[in-house]
Design a protein around this ligand. Structure first.
Ligand SMILES: Cc1cc2nc3c(=O)[nH]c(=O)nc-3n(C[C@H](O)[C@H](O)[C@H](O)COP(=O)(O)OP(=O)(O)OC[C@H]3O[C@@H](n4cnc5c(N)ncnc54)[C@H](O)[C@@H]3O)c2cc1C
Length: 449
């Protein structure tokens, strides 16, 4: 019996395992997982019920061919709503759903879950050996890399000693940052996206009454969801176009929608199923231009907040408890128990100084593999079993998930899923994308077996 080894047991890893087990009864699947509970990974390990899914329930089924699977599960748990498909459900409830579904696979004799960290991989002629943190080695014929979300990289600062103090929290998904908060002090969150919002909501629940500063280069925060309009698919108009032409066409449609009293959100949502194809068709220079000039606008339009959460953030801003700053951090220095931060403000080009009692890094998962300190990634890069992609946003793969090794070789037994394909696919981390990737990888693996 052939063995497929999956490194990483978050949602991407378990979806790949379930797809493989559904297709073939004559393979073994071994999932190696560390750090987070199996199946839940970073996103769904939270216990805070205010941390909501950012995708409506109707789009969060684990099975592409059963679109109502999650909403039916919610109904079976007595979750009642007039518009369940459009609701933003707490992520821990979604975590219960994945765990329940995955548990039905756990007694399968073809599946083994190994609680350890994979630290190295070696290739023999037709087999791989995977070395584990517990000193053991396991062997298999095919590997799927499902590392998921690494911790954010530390911000650039002339001095780095503060990053070793107890008041700096590199991991915004671990509630450790809530412990021993002095309620009247000030806190700085670096990053102004959805993770920042989660952190703010959790901090407020401790009774925190001090000031919360948040900073990012532009100071843009996510837009709210709104009425669920529809807009016709205009993808055909974008085929073969340059980045500039695409940008202009999207803007034209946003204006056209506005005139017809249709929300701009519907235009973005009409684009969403085509984003991977649009990204793949751009050349490297255009991709870099997108990252430098458009990514931030795309981010606020695409990663939206439930209206109730958005309103809470607005209220906090109006009350003066939350301040959003657009600018670049130049220095973070230790000052007794505090941090002193210098920010070069975006609009005025002057420096603003802040003193805060703790800093939480909400800048998003590190995707530059060359800068990661992860033992497995370092070993794989050194052996050229993975290569950093040209945008430094993940690794080189084919669209199918097959990893490109050495300089050009496309491997037929080494696959990647999820965040690792950021540079290749751009949109690659949300459930609608990873469930398709898992199905495609399982199909390729089982076809060649
Ligand atoms: C805070 C947050 C909220 C999100 N909300 C949504 C949402 O509402 N809807 C949506 O569709 N998507 C959401 N996402 C996107 C999310 O990334 C995916 O939905 C999905 O959870 C990704 O799963 P993953 O398995 O790829 O990664 P992860 O969840 O990061 O899991 C990877 C797992 O692999 C383990 N691992 C890594 N390296 C090794 C190793 N060497 N050895 C052993 N184990 C290893 C990690 O410890 C981890 O447990 C969110 C992401 C984040 C960070």
């Amino acid at each position: 019996m052939k063995t497929i080894i999956i490194i990483g047991g978050g949602l991407s890893g378990i979806l790949s395992a379930m797809q493989l087990l559904d297709i073939r009864k004559d393979i073994l699947v071994k999932i190696i997982n560390a750090s987070h509970p199996i199946a839940l990974g970073v996103a769904y390990s939270t216990n805070d019920p205010d941390h909501l899914l950012n995708v409506p329930a109707g789009k969060m089924s684990l099975f592409p061919n059963l679109p109502d699977h999650f909403t039916d599960w919610l109904i079976s748990k007595n979750y009642r709503s007039n518009d369940l498909a459009n609701e933003f459900i707490p992520r821990n409830v979604f975590g219960n759903y994945i765990t329940e579904v995955f548990n039905s696979y756990k007694n399968n004799k073809q599946l083994e879950i190994i609680d350890a960290e994979a630290t190295d991989v070696e290739k023999q002629t037709n087999k791989y050996s995977v070395f584990l943190s517990n000193g053991k080695t396991i062997a298999g014929e095919k590997i799927i890399l499902a590392f998921g979300n690494f911790l954010p990289s530390n911000p650039k600062s002339k001095s780095t000693s503060y990053f070793n103090t107890a008041n700096y929290f590199q991991d915004p998904w671990n509630p450790a940052y809530l412990k021993n908060i002095y309620k009247e002090n000030s806190i700085l969150l670096i990053g102004t996206g959805l993770t920042m919002v989660d952190c703010v909501l959790s901090i407020l629940k401790t009774g925190f009454s001090g000031r919360i500063y948040v900073v990012s280069p532009r100071g843009y925060t996510p837009a709210p969801h709104g009425k669920s309009d529809n807009y016709p698919d205009f993808y055909k108009e974008l085929i073969g176009r340059s980045l500039l032409e695409i940008f202009q066409t999207v803007r034209f449609h946003v204006k056209k929608a506005e005139k017809a009293n249709i929300s701009w959100r519907a235009v973005i949502d009409a684009l969403r199923p085509h984003v991977q194809k649009i990204w793949i068709a751009l050349n490297t220079k255009e991709k870099q231009q997108f990252i430098s000039h458009i990514r931030h606008i795309w981010g606020i339009a695409r990663h939206r907040l439930p209206v109730s959460t958005f309103n809470e953030i607005v209220k906090l801003k109006e009350k003066g408890q939350l301040e959003i700053i657009g600018g670049r951090i130049t220095t973070i220095e230790e000052k007794k128990d505090n941090a002193s931060i210098s920010i070069l403000l975006r609009k005025k080009s002057i420096t603003r100084e802040l003193i805060v009692s703790r800093i939480i890094n909400c800048t998003g998962p590190q995707i530059n593999y060359k800068e990661l300190k992860n033992e497995l990634v370092i070993n794989l890069l050194r052996k050229k079993m993975i290569l950093s992609d040209e945008l430094n946003m993940g690794i080189k793969t084919e669209i199918s998930g097959k990893i490109i090794q050495n300089s050009q070789d496309v491997s037929s037994d080494f696959y990647a899923i999820g965040n690792l394909l950021r540079g290749v696919l751009w949109e690659t981390t949300a459930l609608p994308e990873i469930r398709n990737q898992a199905a495609l990888i399982a199909q390729q693996i089982t076809e060649t077996e």
